[in-house]
Design a protein around this ligand. Structure first.
Ligand code: SAM
Length: 276
């Protein structure tokens, strides 16, 4: 009978955040696939758990994925861990889950520490609807294109960011979304120097031009304001079109000008003018 793949989240800064269920799952593994075995062995030593470890990371995932799948199909139970947080969220675990699912292997995710959710909950931004944007590209052009694709996004947006790229990302964000857009910069979560800076993009650029960013960051950006609904009625539109036409303006131009002035769709103004 085939074994299983378990995804075990690990602390993002505070060792106390490992749960009983995560510990028990690590104990039942036949082997552990780890993003960096040197990082994971420290955690396993802390927990007093000794298991065979194999590395599974960005640059060997294509070859190692098949090895892991074959071992699970042969009956072994594998636990996947990343360096910190929930495996498969902005780390190579995503591909292993796909491969296992395709091979008909049962995948079980244990809930636990995850930087995106920890940051979102502490951010003070709206949490009802949000989208996770992961890491932006290091290339300026594709980073700008990614941000520009979000210009009308009304949901709260969450980004992962490395400290050395923070200032250029904030500068690009301010150019795309405006200086006044609200942002929460969540740094070193669950660690000794945990900090949440709730500010605007413009002020964040000023701050990190002066202070060198240190540590790990999650950026939680407010969504765009919904477009304002016009308060004008079709009767208002019809009256304004009639007034403009009485002043000698063509119907077409009067409709166009009224739509602009009253912030109404042109077809609505046109129909109001015809029936008014
Ligand atoms: N899979 C992990 C998760 O979702 O929790 C994230 C892995 S991703 C490779 C690493 C990124 O997560 C960092 O660059 C940072 O943006 C964020 N991160 C991880 N730990 C953090 C912490 N303690 N405080 C703030 N951000 C953190």
């Amino acid at each position: 009978m085939a074994g299983m793949l378990y995804l075990v989240p690990t602390p993002i800064g505070n060792l106390g955040d490992i749960s009983t269920r995560c510990r028990e799952t690590l104990e039942l593994a036949d082997f552990i696939a780890a993003e960096d075995t040197r990082v994971s062995v420290k955690l396993l030593n802390h927990l007093g758990i000794k298991k065979p470890l194999i590395s599974y990371y960005e640059h060997n995932k294509a070859s190692k994925g098949s090895v892991i799948v074959d071992r699970i199909l042969a009956g072994e139970t594998c636990v996947l861990v990343s360096d910190a947080g929930s495996p498969a969220i902005s780390d190579p675990g995503e591909d292993l889950v796909k491969q296992c699912a395709e091979a008909g292997i049962t995948v079980c995710a244990i809930p636990g520490p995850c930087a995106v959710i920890t940051a979102l909950s502490i951010s003070g931004q709206s949490t009802g609807r949000f989208c996770f944007e992961g890491f932006l590209s290091t290339a300026k052009k594709s980073r700008r294109e990614h941000l520009e694709s979000l210009v009308n996004e009304q949901r709260t947006m969450v980004f992962y960011e490395a400290p050395h790229k923070l200032l250029s990302t904030l500068t690009d964000m301010a150019a795309v979304f405006g200086d006044g857009r609200s942002i929460s910069l969540c740094r070193e979560l669950t660690k000794l120097h945990e900090e949440v800076v709730r500010t605007t993009l413009g002020e964040a650029v000023t701050k990190y031009t002066q202070d060198t960013p240190k540590g790990e960051f999650v950026l939680v950006l407010a969504g765009a304001e919904p477009p304002k609904q016009s308060e004008a009625t079709p009767e208002d539109a019809a009256a304004r079109v009639a007034q403009l036409m009485a002043d000698g303006i063509s119907r077409k131009d009067a409709v166009r000008q009224t739509a602009k002035e009253l912030d109404l769709p042109k077809n609505v103004v046109y129909e109001a003018a015809l029936s008014g």
